[in-house]
Design a protein around this ligand. Structure first.
Ligand code: AMP
Length: 215
């Protein structure tokens, strides 16, 4: 199964994807996580990603697609994937459909997680993340340990440089300007189900399960 978790930055795509990996038996493919790993490696490609990411802007399609083609041609996602943060533009959606079609696959379901911008700002500015495994915490709702060491893997917990209110607003503008077209693209194929992304984590996970099972 190929599932796309869609929504604005801070909608909970990454958190929910991690909760569904085991149950669905397919990996999470997060372009944001992959790009941060590439940056951490100090590679030239990582430096090019950083130019855009630190400003809250979208990375150009050709760089994103180079990264995604590599992953999709590997065995890692041979049985399907949970796409998180990709595709983010109409050309990325078209390219993804073409890559999947070559593999005899298609996006089976798009779950669009709807969350108000004020809620997103609260969530994202309080978010803390493990540098090693990507586990997320929130200063008020799920506080990280005071020693800053990840409870899941022992890695270092930090605040992403793009998780400030100013950057969230820029990222939201990018989302409105370029990413909302992805929803129209998949709406036309009849695979989109919209859900309310506000509530306790397990409630939202249940809504996603229902959206996957519907139709
Ligand atoms: P995320 O972790 O999904 O919030 O992504 C963080 C940042 O990585 C975004 O603000 C973009 O700069 C970049 N990024 C991640 N995925 C994509 C994508 N599919 N297309 C363009 N830029 C992306």
């Amino acid at each position: 199964m190929d599932l796309l978790l869609f929504g604005p930055p801070g909608a909970g795509k990454g958190t929910q994807a991690k909760l569904l990996i085991e149950e669905l038996g397919i990996p999470q493919l997060s372009t944001g996580d992959m790009m941060r790993a590439e940056r951490a490696s100090g590679s030239d490609l990582g430096k090019r990603f950083a130019e855009y990411m630190t400003q809250g802007l979208l990375v150009p399609d050709e760089l994103v697609l180079e990264l995604m083609e590599k992953v999709l041609s590997s065995d890692a996602a041979a049985k399907g994937a949970i796409f998180d943060g990709f595709p983010r533009t109409a050309p990325q959606a078209e390219a993804l459909d073409a890559i999947l079609a070559k593999l005899g696959r298609k996006i089976d379901r798009v779950v669009a997680i709807e969350v108000d911008l004020n809620v997103i700002i609260d969530r994202v500015t309080g978010r803390r993340v493990c540098k090693s495994c990507g586990q997320t915490y929130h200063l008020r709702y799920d506080p990280p340990p005071s020693d800053g060491v990840c409870t899941a893997c022992g890695g270092e917990i930090y605040q992403r440089a793009d998780d400030t209110e100013e950057k969230v607003r820029t990222r939201d503008s990018e989302y409105q300007a370029k990413t909302s077209a992805v929803l129209e693209h998949y709406d036309a194929k009849g695979v989109v189900v919209r859900i309310d992304g506000v509530g306790e984590l397990p409630e939202v996970t249940d809504r996603i399960r229902a959206a996957i099972a519907s139709k």
